[in-house]
Design a protein around this ligand. Structure first.
Ligand code: S3P
Length: 197
């Protein structure tokens, strides 16, 4: 039985690029929660925040997570769940119901990165990231603040991988290895205590 591989983590930790690479290597489908939200709302994430506020965005996000977690398709080869890599936005695990729904269908791999690395990566895309633009703080201070607030949420993932010093290919290697270890643990029956003769 093949559970889904869910890639989550703070903004700019490399979820989408690693997710696409992992999906290509496993020959699995790839789906990005934010891309589905944008398609359904027919507007950008920044525009959804600007027009309707964060609460509305989080509702749309919960709907899409529930939709993807409720996937009833089966794999034509093993007849287990349809194999898929799901990449999420950085705030998905903050809502415990998202985490519960995703854990039921797969292994949650959370990418992390040092705040300075994230700050450098988002430099050119800050305006597309409302959670970074909404405070009067410097980008680095805001990133540290949000990471602190979310540390508990990210700790709910099955495994965390620091992508700070890794290439996308290396991140993909680590993700596939971590997924294999966790999926095996999830599916295999617990080891029986050995009986002495
Ligand atoms: C958010 C992260 C974004 C997007 C939205 C909110 C967050 O996705 O979902 O702007 O709260 O961390 P990325 O993590 O892909 O940038």
């Amino acid at each position: 039985m093949t559970p889904k591989l869910i890639l989550t983590g703070f903004m700019a930790t490399g979820k989408s690029s690693a997710g696409r690479l992992v999906a290509r290597r496993l020959s699995w489908d790839f789906v990005d929660v934010d891309a589905v939200i944008v398609e359904r709302a027919a507007k950008s994430i920044a525009q959804i925040f600007a027009d309707h506020g964060e609460e509305h965005f989080r509702r749309l996000e919960r709907d899409v997570v529930a939709l993807l977690a409720g996937d009833r398709r089966r794999c034509p080869h093993c007849h287990g769940p349809h194999p898929e890599v799901i990449s999420t936005g950085g705030g998905v695990l903050v809502d415990e119901s998202n985490c519960t729904a995703l854990k039921r269908v797969g292994v949650i791999v959370c990418l992390t990165a040092r705040p300075e690395v994230v700050a450098a990566r988002v430099e050119r895309s800050k305006t597309r990231r409302p959670k970074l633009a909404e405070s009067g703080k410097s980008t680095l201070a805001r990133i540290k603040e949000l990471m602190d607030d979310r540390a508990g949420a990210y700790a709910r993932a099955d495994v965390q991988i620091d992508s700070s010093d890794l290439t996308p290919e290396q991140v993909a290697d680590h993700v596939i290895a971590a997924f294999g270890a966790n999926a095996a643990r999830r599916i295999l029956p617990p080891a029986q205590p050995s009986r002495s003769a």
